[in-house]
Design a protein around this ligand. Sequence first.
Ligand SMILES: [Zn+2]
Length: 355
Amino acid sequence: MPTRRAFLTATALSAAGMALAPVLGRAAEEQEKFRDGWMTVTGFTRNLPAPVILPHEHVTTDFLGAERFPAPRYERGNAFDQIAPHFEQLRRRDVGLLVECTPAHIGRDVLLLKRLSEASGVRILTNTGYYGAVENKFLPRHAFTESVEQLADRWRKEWKEGIDGTGIRPGFLKLGTGNGRLPEVHAKLLRAACRVHLDTGLTIAVHTGDGEAARDEVRILGEEGVAPSALVWVHAQNDPGPIQIELAKRGVWISLDGYSLATRNPERYRNLLVAHREAGTLGRVLVSHDDGWAVEGEAAAGSELKLFGNGNPAPYSSIFERLLPDLREAGFEQADLERLTRSNPAEAWRVRRRG
Ligand SMILES: [Zn+2]
């Protein structure tokens, strides 16, 4: 028999529980509904149309700087015509998901992404969050003045309601930082991302200058109660290797994402991948091109989109044309290649709380 005191306590708790139920119920329901799948620009899914995933690419970017332009400076129809053939090619290469890593304030254009996805059948992830690398050029002013919770609320709102009234939800969080220990404002943004992760299960991808910065990110995640496996270390190829192995062993996703035939880096990627295979950490590695288009110049409108970054003459293709054959030659088994191009990225970007 429960004592009278225990009975009273239980009654009081259940009354409080009833009052909270509608609020907690909706949040829990959402977490259940959008778990273990991918939140793409065309909706949530647990089944991708094809198995290959490109985990770090861009469609359009605009490097003018935060708050200097309110809308895309190109005509969407022209951009679509220019880029759509490359998505058709991806579909022929069995790509079922492309992770589009352009954050807000650097030209994120979710309506163009949706149109490309619907036309090609390739699913696309977009993101929420703010990019602090490049001396904060792409941070809006409120990133400096608002609290962790205020910033987290802005990103939660995009998750709950969609981005800029489109109803299109982000599929991950994207931030950016430079070298070494995170400056205060970047640490604040990462803490905000951790809070959103714990509520939504969205993976946190951070453009990261070097291995020391990546270590500091893992420290901050730990302080916020988030597991290292919620973090994608973007541009890990810039680190010589040992910190990559160390953090991969702790569960961090290592994104080697600037593979290009236009530069001399193919050997570097091959060597890093061999090192991961020898260390037993290939199961935490992602590979991608970081290809895309950027708006040229400072003109207000009518600007042209040009291929940017790694200068791949044919965007999104070098991994298929060169890296995979190279790795086969280096003794990688089919199962290794499938991990790199299919199961690793599928797991890294799946909506799942990792606390
Ligand atoms: Zn990128």
